[in-house]
Ligand binder design. Structure first.
Ligand code: SAH
Ligand code: SF4
Ligand code: F3S
Length: 452
């Protein structure tokens, strides 16, 4: 059935959820709903949810909770919980949010339209958390191209088979499965045709792409995408250290569009904790991989994810993590306090760490990293970087804009994923230009276009 109405989508969580929300928008538009940024206008509200940490989950419940009153005044409003919390909670979601109409799990997108029809024809509630071994393969459509973005996410695989003991992903996203290379290439070719310059390939473990299906490997996929006309930059996340092969290192070194940046989550610097996390590598193995990578790609920018306060983490274990940051000198990190997830095994581990202690460790870690982030940024002063121009600068709170309040400035990103500001020039958005770096700030760089 076709409807006339507006859809409001609220996305919480990782890049994959942002990509999934775009797919939800195209499904809704094929059912006649137009996307709106005005919640009050909406006839259908979708919250695409994340359950990676307690806080993300609470955000979803508190967003959806608000609609109890609104739904009383506007009974035709359809309220949907989609994504990871939906998959995890199933019909239990109605206990906390009785006014919900549809609970749409992570593998139920292809049936979203029929669920809307069912609600419209008087069905009270729908829950769909069925597992599905297929990946929803719909190509991007006009509703996605309208936004005119230069950079896009493309999911190449879903699910995860690694079962790290703290993590909900294998339970909410299902078993690992990879898309067919032809379908990925077709999608990226379509995006390139609409003016997209940069793609970020997404998966929980991108570097094990294709292994299970015995299809081409991740480095081979990169070779294919590197050949697509119009695409200028290729990024990918997330890679697992155990699958960082020498062929992937060569691909980063040799393929001109693959960016000189690797996000390689280490999670902890302590072998005892890595083992309890079921990460499948030791601190020494991780460091060896980083050395192998730096040997071939000496200028590569590195980022990582860290969890502090995992059950039984002692001061010594935490210090091992601090020392790993000192040893590797990452360009940036994402650090999290361990959050207990009832579906993950670590929730049943003894020696849970006190919340106050976790916060203290997190602060200490972030403070230490600040030093290395600044150091890495300062090392770039005097270098010339290729920057993909994104547009005019958005004001930031890092002190940088304050000193140049009245100057019109532009912004872009380096291959190493650093934000670079430069004075207003007649350059086109989406161009890649050379900028000589003159100053470094905690979260950005400043310079002038070369030759201007
Ligand atoms: N598949 C990716 C990332 C998945 S989630 C990988 O393996 O690296 C993103 C990050 O969230 C993880 O890298 C981890 O650092 C963090 N995370 C996952 N579960 C968590 C939990 N229960 N508590 C705190 N942080 C968590
Ligand atoms: Fe979670 Fe581990 Fe899979 Fe990453 S590799 S999604 S942390 S189980
Ligand atoms: Fe969150 Fe699901 Fe992504 S749990 S991090 S939205 S895969």
């Amino acid at each position: 059935m076709k409807y006339n109405g507006y859809a409001y989508i609220h996305t919480i969580g990782c890049q994959m959820n942002i990509y999934d929300s775009e797919k939800l928008v195209s499904i809704l538009s094929s059912y006649g709903f137009k996307k709106t940024d005005d919640m009050n206008k909406a006839d259908i509200v979708v919250c695409n949810t994340c359950s990676i940490r307690h806080k993300a989950e609470e955000k979803a419940f508190s967003f959806l909770g608000r609609f109890a009153k609104i739904k009383k005044k506007k009974p035709h409003l359809i309220i949907v919980m989609a994504g990871c919390v939906a998959q995890q909670e199933g019909k239990k979601a109605f206990k906390r949010i009785p006014h919900l109409d549809i609970v749409l799990g992570t593998q139920a997108f292809s049936r979203f339209g029929q669920h809307i029809d069912a609600i419209k024809s008087g069905k009270q509630k729908v829950v769909d958390t069925k597992d599905c071994l297929m990946i929803y393969e719909a190509m991007p459509d006009a509703s996605c191209f309208n936004e005119n973005k230069m950079s896009r996410f493309v999911t190449i695989m879903q699910g995860c088979d690694n079962f790290c003991t703290y993590c909900v992903v294998p339970y909410v996203r299902g078993r690992e499965r990879s898309r067919k290379p032809e379908s990925i290439v077709e999608e990226i070719t379509l995006l390139a045709g609409s003016g997209v310059k940069e793609v970020t390939l997404l998966g929980q473990n991108v570097n094990s792409y294709g292994k299970k299906e015995s299809q081409i490997s991740f480095p081979e996929l990169l070779i294919k995408i590197n050949e697509i006309n119009g695409i200028q930059r290729i990024r990918f996340a997330t890679s697992h250290p155990k699958d960082l092969s020498i062929n992937l290192i060569y691909a980063i070194r040799d393929l001109d569009k693959v960016c000189n940046h690797l996000h390689l989550p280490v999670q902890s610097g302590s072998n005892k904790i890595l083992k309890k996390m079921n990460r499948g590598y030791t601190r020494e193995k991780y460091i060896d991989k980083i050395f192998a990578l730096k040997k071939e790609c000496p200028d590569i920018a590195l980022s990582t994810d860290i969890i502090v306060g995992f059950p039984s983490e002692t001061d010594k274990d935490f210090n091992d993590t601090m020392n790993l940051l000192r040893e590797i000198e990452f360009d940036s990190i994402f650090a999290f306090a361990y959050s207990d997830r009832s579906s993950a095994p670590a929730a049943r581990f003894s020696d849970q760490i006190d919340e106050k202690e976790k916060r203290e460790r997190l602060n200490n870690l972030l403070q230490l990293q600040e030093h290395y982030t600044q150091k890495k940024n300062k090392e770039l002063i005097g270098e010339t970087l290729e920057v993909l121009v994104e547009g005019k600068s958005i004001k930031r709170r890092d002190g940088f804009v304050k000193t140049r309040k009245n100057m019109e400035q532009m912004t872009g990103r380096s291959e190493s994923n650093k934000i670079v500001h430069f004075p207003y020039e007649h350059v086109n958005i989406r161009d890649i230009i050379k900028i000589r770096i003159e100053n470094a700030y905690p979260h950005s760089l400043w310079g002038h276009p070369v030759g201007a």
